[in-house]
Ligand binder design. Structure first.
Ligand code: PNW
Length: 449
């Protein structure tokens, strides 16, 4: 238990990024293309035609970016590994320079006393696997396991925290249900298959980890608690469906051994009846759950809305971020308590949390005043502290994001960074929120109170 006005002694303070969003140089040193490279180079998928060809040029600026983290007092860094840099075809021949790149990044982090957390899959599937059906192909789980094992063998002596997949819900919903992300499909038949294959892949990676790894591995999910807009039974049922779809769909099978009953209502005939054996194969114990939290959803029944017959309703009294997400720190405390109660208080890392707001231009004195992002950071950290006081086992916090980056379909138009990136000259400028976060880290959260 932590003393009332501080965080647990070993609480880990860090920030997060993902390969395709920051690295650039997607084809450097023998890497194979990813589905995001294909998707971003197909017209009208990404705002303003932006791509990850250069992004933050982090691939060529690794040392300077690690030095920046150190300057900001970061204790941990969550990054993702681009599968196609390691295995250009997704399986088969290994591209050694790709492994060397992440090896070097890990060494630089450790030299700076920064704990690495590596995510194996943050959406950049090798295009050659995309050509074989991507996550629709049942063999993808085995290929993911082979890739994961290769990376474990190279880095587990130094990487103590691993994540299998980032946000399977977003892969399924944005990638295969609504076509907003790569590969841009719109099919609930496909989405149902993809959900299951993603969980099979995560479980396969965890099984491999138990044979060759010695540290900790988890799965990262995005959680958005759903509240009914009224006590009307239709709204209550709509909120339940939305909750099953977004929050329970991935955690229930892994931690409780079954899919939520609502899956059948949502997907209809597209949802297969899984055998006990198939369900059992998903139930591979994790060392921690990674929780990404951004917002809540106040939910109303809505007949035409596909496939949930539910929609999120705007709250006139609330603040909204530039990605249209309601700011609600109380829901963060609620959802962490929900994880504690429903899943028997597993160890949790907050693997992402943050906000996009318009930032003013960099001022003469290199200051970037971002009061809304600072407010978001403070109130959400207090919400986590509250959850810890209420008994939740929260081990660390990774702010999304270390720096402004390619915000997927929004391109570079939305800025989540604690550090501002000038995309003309790649200059990094810590925003006032980064300086605030530094003070928070250095006081282990005491300055929040
Ligand atoms: C996460 N939603 O994406 C991702 O892990 C990051 O790569 C991304 O930059 C960040 O959040 C900010 O968007 C999400 O619709 C995308 O609920 C969509 C949702 C949640 C998270």
């Amino acid at each position: 238990m932590s003393s009332p006005l501080t965080f647990p002694e070993k609480f880990l303070w860090g920030s997060a990024t993902a390969a395709y969003q920051i690295e650039g140089s997607p084809s450097a040193d023998g890497a194979g293309p990813s589905i995001w490279q294909r998707f971003s180079h197909t017209p009208n998928n990404i705002l303003n035609g932006d791509t990850g060809d250069i992004a933050c040029d982090h691939y060529n600026r690794t040392d300077a970016d690690v030095a920046l983290m150190k300057q900001l007092s970061m204790q941990a860094y969550r990054f993702s590994i681009a599968w196609g840099r390691i295995l250009p075809e997704g399986f088969g021949a290994v591209n050694k320079p790709g492994l060397d790149h992440y090896d070097r990044l890990v060494d630089r982090l450790l030299e700076s006393n920064i704990t690495p957390m590596a995510t194996l899959y943050h959406w950049d599937l090798p295009q050659s696997l995309g050509d074989r059906g991507g996550w629709l192909n049942p063999d993808n789980a085995k290929w993911f396991g082979d890739y994961a094992e290769l990376v474990f063998n190279r880095l587990d002596d130094r990487v103590k925290l691993w994540a299998t997949l980032n946000e399977p819900w977003v892969v399924m919903d944005n990638g295969y249900m609504h076509g907003l992300h790569a590969p841009g499909h719109r099919s609930h038949h496909e989405a149902a298959i993809v959900s299951h294959n993603l969980l099979r892949a995560s479980a396969e990676a965890v099984r491999r980890y138990r044979t060759v790894g010695k540290n900790k591995i988890g799965l990262v999910v995005n959680l958005e608690p759903k509240y009914p807009a009224s006590q009307d039974p239709q709204d209550v049922a709509a909120a339940q469906r939305a909750d099953a779809y977004m929050n329970r769909q991935y955690l229930d099978p892994v931690l409780l051994g079954k899919y939520p009953p609502e899956m059948q209502d949502i997907f209809g005939d597209a949802w297969p009846a899984y055998t006990p054996q198939e369900l059992n194969d998903l139930r591979e114990p994790l060392d921690f759950i990674g929780v990404n939290y951004y917002s809540r959803g106040v939910t109303r029944h809505a007949e035409g809305e596909w496939p949930l017959h539910a929609k999120t309703v705007r709250q006139p009294q609330s603040t909204y971020t530039e990605t249209g997400w309601e700011v609600c720190p109380q829901a963060f405390t609620d959802v962490l308590n929900w994880v504690k109660d429903r899943y028997n208080n597993p160890p949790v890392y907050i693997t992402e949390n943050g906000s996009a707001f318009y930032d003013p231009p960099v001022a003469e004195n290199d200051r970037i005043e971002d009061p809304l992002r600072q407010g978001y950071l403070k109130t959400h950290l207090r919400a986590i502290h509250q959850a810890i006081q209420e008994g939740c086992d929260i081990r660390g916090y990774f702010a999304w994001s270390l720096m402004d980056n390619l915000e997927w379909a929004y391109g570079f138009s939305k800025r989540f960074g604690l550090v501002h990136v000038n995309y003309e000259n790649q200059k990094r400028t810590p925003k006032e929120s980064a300086k605030l976060y530094k003070r928070i880290i250095e006081s282990n959260g005491r300055c929040l109170f």
